[in-house]
Design a protein around this ligand. Sequence first.
Ligand code: PRE
Length: 376
Amino acid sequence: MSTLEELREQMDEVDDQIAKLYRERMHLCDEIGAYKVRSGVKVLDRQREREKLQHVTGQMEDEFCKKGVRELFEQLMSMGRKLQYQRLVEAGALGRLPFIGVDSLDAEGARVVFPGTEGAYSQAATEHYFGKNCNSFYVKTFREAMEAIEEGSADFAVLPIENSTAGAVDEMYDLLVEFENYIVGETVIPIQNTLSALPGTKFDEIERVYSKGVALMQASRFLEEHGDWQQISVANTAIAAKKVRDEQDKSQAAVCSAYAAEVHGLEVLADNINDESGNCTRFIVVTNQKIFLKDASKISLCVEHSHESGSLYHMLSHFIYNDLNMTKIESRPIEGRNWEYRFFIDIEGNLADAAVKNAIRGLREEARSLRILGNY
Ligand SMILES: O=C(O)C(=O)C[C@]1(C(=O)O)C=C[C@@H](O)C=C1
């Protein structure tokens, strides 16, 4: 019987042949790539790949080897494609109108819209990003803010995308798909909620609490201690504060910021009622121009892929192959297709980076759809 050393020696010989053949195969792929650049033939040829997989699996005897050789050749062809995308990018064949790199945002005198009302956290985020004296106005909903950007009545919108306790703001992800607007910036602000009511209100007078749904979630422990209070969701924390003030009813209270309470003449009955003391929200800055800051370092993408085994894995392989760090992934249902999802992915990088261009070139060709939501 052979010793372990002898078996390993034989294995090394086989592996050397595999490595040599891999080099030869990639060299051929490169030549085919050059042909494709010249002739405009698409990189991905599904029919050819299907035939190849059938052919090589047909040479295997048992199911285990069939499965293995299929996976091996799927990987080999995927590597071949990535090399060819690289060649296309080098040849300047990027496809679609590119984003325009700018040194800074044209924020001087810009009109900035935020959702909610006076005192909203979005207003605090707006002032944090654009400065206290920026030219801002509010609309009621996220949708109206996106519409204001699309039709040009505002230059920028500041909208919440993610809270550190409650997670993603789902509606914003859906609106980013629906509207042709682009993310050009982001800012994070602390969210410290209070329970506020008309001046002189006693705790035992309260029957109903109004706030935005996620804000009620962020203060769930405090509100559970008062389980007899009815919790009612409204569009915004500051709108809740305004409602309590307007209706002059001491059985009502709002979960809102101390600033919103002050703006709307309410008294803070309990401060810092959030479950998490470090609670904060990330806001995005959106515009209708296809621009990105030249020093931007984060890219948000939206990808839809075929609903079949391995498709997400193949999609993510473009980031791995190009050494791109994925920092976030969210999924949202696709309307009209039950149990199918689109993926929202954040990666580190700049649209001018070669690695980013390569990955995007590959995704654009292989995914059912790809949208670059912004580089900021
Ligand atoms: O035959 C081609 O067109 C190739 O580019 C080669 C190859 C492969 O690796 O076998 C790569 C990509 C295509 O999708 C199909 C096949």
